[in-house]
Ligand binder design. Structure first.
Ligand SMILES: NC(=O)c1ccc[n+]([C@@H]2O[C@H](COP(=O)([O-])OP(=O)(O)OC[C@H]3O[C@@H](n4cnc5c(N)ncnc54)[C@H](O)[C@@H]3O)[C@@H](O)[C@H]2O)c1
Length: 432
């Protein structure tokens, strides 16, 4: 392919060098003449292992050159990759000034071409940015089928950027409607790339970086806290990482129910309390319970906004296959709805009131003494003929639900159960 790469910083210079090494014909474009001159001589404008060899080979082979002339670069290529910076403004907002400038230049030049062009954003941009840029600069040329637009987030790390480019840890490409890029683009994006819409691809990049930042901060807070308690935090984290079932795994990484139960809230509370006593400041850990409460709040707001009088809770315990009601978010939901005068019906086949003992029974005695009158042993009588069904657990088979749910119901899927979409009721997802 003939590719122009806009912005010759860390991402652009590596992209230009690596694409030329793969046999593509590449033109690098930058507004900084010294970067263009360096790249044109096969010299990296940045320090990055292995890059110099790629650039030197690319220039020597004639497959890599550089220019400050954006229009000529677009005219000579089939596809433009936007790798310009997206810095923070003083207020912390995202500054899209460079992206807007470069988009305008590429679209102007694409208008003057007789052949179709593709515009691929790699710069990190907040969800909605690509759609807004297309609406502002490219609506006509896209509608005419003369410009394809993709958002293709970059996941390379400085210091290992060339290796990361060759073997990306993740590849996703966004299109307007989420459809996979057509065949000519497969060689650029790869066969196994995840095809999503622009906004999902944009959000994915931020989710990855926020996750990485959370991991680093978590390990550092555990380390600080452990040291203050006379414990080797590095050893703790090293052993923690050996658990690839619950710790380093997709487990606990799906948006859904607030956390609850007999352990997580209690243990986070105790750890944060001890941190305060030792004078350690651990803002990430301190904010876990407030964040969980905020999550519960947004669930309550969603329920309130449905304007249903009848509320059906599918699942009351804190997760499936347990009768543990301690710190269960659904107990809060039930209490809140009752307090607001809703008619509440509950179905939870794991709950046998007569068998509840100890702390679990105390939850009911102190917080929901009238639970017996709300709990329906029979699914059909719990579901009734109308109302909002708040599903927090897969505590019943989908076929059984299909027999009783009607189009007079609305479903609020709290924990991610895709089959619920096939029921006749209107479907709403909590975080999707
Ligand atoms: N650095 C990383 O490790 C990394 C990794 C993944 C994604 N990203 C994202 O990629 C984007 C680029 O990051 P970077 O670190 O390469 O930035 P950078 O600041 O190193 O390079 C950006 C380049 O764009 C050039 N530029 C600005 N306006 C231009 C224009 N109108 N025409 C042509 N060139 C122009 C600048 O002169 C500069 O050389 C950012 O959105 C960043 O968040 C960076």
């Amino acid at each position: 392919m003939k590719v122009s790469v806009f912005g010759l910083g860390y991402v652009g210079a590596v992209t230009a060098g690596c694409l030329s090494a793969r046999g593509h014909s590449v033109v690098g474009v930058d507004v900084a003449p010294h970067k263009v001159e360096e790249l044109a001589r096969g010299k990296p404008p940045i320090i990055e292992p292995e890059l110099e060899a790629r650039l030197a080979t690319g220039v020597a082979s004639g497959r890599l050159r550089a220019t400050c002339d954006a229009a000529a670069a677009v005219a000579d290529t089939d596809l433009s990759l936007v790798c310009v910076g997206t810095p923070s403004t003083v207020s912390g907002a995202l500054d899209l000034g460079f992206v807007r400038q470069v988009t305008r230049e590429i679209i102007d030049a694409a208008h003057r071409k007789s052949t179709p062009h593709a515009l691929v954003f790699r710069s990190t941009m907040l969800p909605g940015s690509t759609r807004a840029l297309v609406a502002e600069f490219a609506a006509d040329i896209v509608a005419a089928g003369r410009l394809s637009v993709f958002y293709y987030p970059e996941f390379l790390r400085e210091g290992t950027a060339v290796k990361d480019f060759d073997q990306p840890s993740l590849a996703a490409v966004g299109s307007s409607d989420g459809s996979p890029p057509p065949p000519p683009f497969t060689e650029l994006f790869g066969e196994s790339v995840a095809a999503v819409d622009w906004e999902t691809a944009e959000m994915l990049k931020y989710a990855c970086n926020a996750f990485h930042a959370t991991k680093v901060t978590f390990a550092n807070e555990i380390g600080r806290l452990a040291r203050g308690l006379g414990v080797d935090g590095a050893a703790v984290m090293e052993i923690l990482c050996r658990d690839t079932r619950l710790n380093i795994s997709p487990y606990y990484l799906r948006p859904g129910n607030p956390f609850g139960g007999s352990c997580l809230p209690k243990d986070v509370r105790a750890l944060v309390n001890r941190a305060r006593q030792t004078g350690a400041s651990v803002p990430l850990l301190e904010n876990l319970l407030p964040s969980n409460e905020r999550h519960l709040h947004s669930l309550l707001e969603l329920i309130a906004s449905s304007h249903h009088h009848e509320i059906v809770l599918l699942g009351l315990s804190f997760k499936t296959n347990t009768d543990d009601l301690r710190e269960s978010a659904m107990v809060e939901v039930a209490q809140h709805c009752l307090g607001r005068g809703h008619a509440v019906r509950i179905f939870d086949p794991q709950l046998n009131l007569a068998a509840l003992v100890g702390a679990n029974k105390r939850v009911i005695d102190s917080r929901m003494p009238h639970l017996a009158s709300l709990l329906h042993p029979d699914l059909a009588s719990a579901i009734g003929t109308s109302g909002l069904i708040v599903v927090s657990q897969k505590c019943v088979a989908i076929d059984e639900l299909a027999r009783v749910v009607t189009d007079q119901h609305q479903i609020l899927d709290v924990n991610g159960w895709p089959d619920l979409r096939n029921l006749p009721a209107r479907y709403h997802g909590f975080c999707w």
